[in-house]
Design a protein around this ligand. Structure first.
Ligand code: C2E
Ligand code: MG
Ligand code: MG
Ligand code: MG
Length: 291
């Protein structure tokens, strides 16, 4: 009986595996269409300066407006994008949309830094830094209005190449942030020697702060360490006023999170910015969560 169910289990696994394979294949075909048919959209989440309460920048986050399945999040399709060799196309699309949006915001008088996430696979392309520089220049934007968010795995995989790429981008005036900081294997002493502007502390460190004193003191000392190395610190995943106030007290430079705003389409961010502007001047500790 046991053996039979084992065999049965194996069989079920195989057939599941097959249908899973078919789904992947279909999704890959759909992904190619997403790229050629302009189904990828970019949402924006504001980043707030904790000293002034001002919106200093936005992070561009990709979504897939799927024709039948609705709006899909990166976790639903990014791995497959990578496997299908489409990551470079996606990066170019997101950069183009984000920079076009940056021009609109600049024309509206919002000096916002736009942060774009870079996969390691996009950054290993040796032509890419120059291509990015051309994209910014073609729009008449200052290079410093673009920030690239890179991950620790890119920094650690091929150190010479990483240093090279970052140096070229930095020399062009583009800002560099290390995303999800604390989840990888890089050390602060290694990061100290790289051309980096800021660290984004992963939300897994920030979210427990509100009800765990030890988590909070870990965050506080990480902020101090970053500062001692001349790096700015951004906290991700700020979901409550408690976390927001505590981060401000710890001297954290910027905060990003659902407490201020979820990632939203550009038009929605415009209304959010306008509503927030009406509230100003607001003390940093009285920021209201907008409906
Ligand atoms: P990330 O770069 O660390 O982006 C932050 C993620 O945390 C976003 O998820 C955002 O919606 C979420 N988040 C922000 N505030 C909060 C909060 O207060 N609480 C919680 N629980 N979550 C919060 P999203 O948009 O689903 O993106 C997930 C990841 O997908 C990103 O993580 C990034 O690694 C990747 N990604 C997104 N867009 C792109 C892109 O255009 N290119 C590449 N290569 N990767 C991207
Ligand atoms: Mg990011
Ligand atoms: Mg992050
Ligand atoms: Mg993260």
């Amino acid at each position: 009986y046991k053996a039979k169910s084992g065999r049965h289990g194996h069989h079920v696994y195989q057939s599941e595996d097959n249908s899973h394979g078919e789904i992947r294949l279909r999704t890959q075909q759909e992904l190619r269409l997403a790229v050629t048919d302009d189904q990828l959209v970019v949402h924006y989440q504001p980043k707030i300066g904790l000293k002034t309460g001002e919106v200093t920048g936005v992070e561009a986050l990709v979504r897939w407006q799927h024709p039948t399945r609705g709006l899909l999040l990166p976790e639903d399709f990014l791995d497959l994008v990578e496997e299908s060799g489409l990551m470079h196309a996606l990066t170019r699309i997101v950069l183009t949309k984000a920079l076009d949006q940056a021009v609109l915001w600049q024309d509206d008088g919002h000096a916002l830094t736009i942060a774009v996430n870079m996969s390691a696979s996009s950054l290993v392309n040796v032509e890419f830094p120059e291509e990015i520089v051309r994209m910014i220049a073609a729009r008449g934007l200052p290079a410093s209005s673009l920030m690239l968010e890179i991950t620790e795995d890119f920094l650690m995989s091929d150190r010479d190449r990483a240093r090279n790429v970052l140096t070229r981008l930095r020399e062009a005036g583009i800002q560099i942030a290390v995303d999800d900081f604390g989840t990888g294997y890089s050390s602060l002493s290694y990061l100290r020697d790289l051309p980096i502007d800021e660290l984004k502390l992963d939300r897994s460190f920030v979210m427990p702060m509100a009800d765990d004193a030890r988590a909070a003191s870990l965050v506080a000392s990480t902020i101090d360490l970053a500062h001692s190395l001349g790096l700015r610190m951004v906290a991700e995943g700020v979901e409550s006023s408690v976390a927001y106030d505590e981060l401000a007290r710890f001297g954290c430079d910027h905060a990003q999170g659902f407490f201020m705003s979820r990632p939203v389409p550009a038009l929605e961010l415009d209304s959010w910015l306008a509503a927030r502007h009406d509230l100003e001047p607001a003390p940093a500790n009285e920021i209201q969560l907008l409906p």
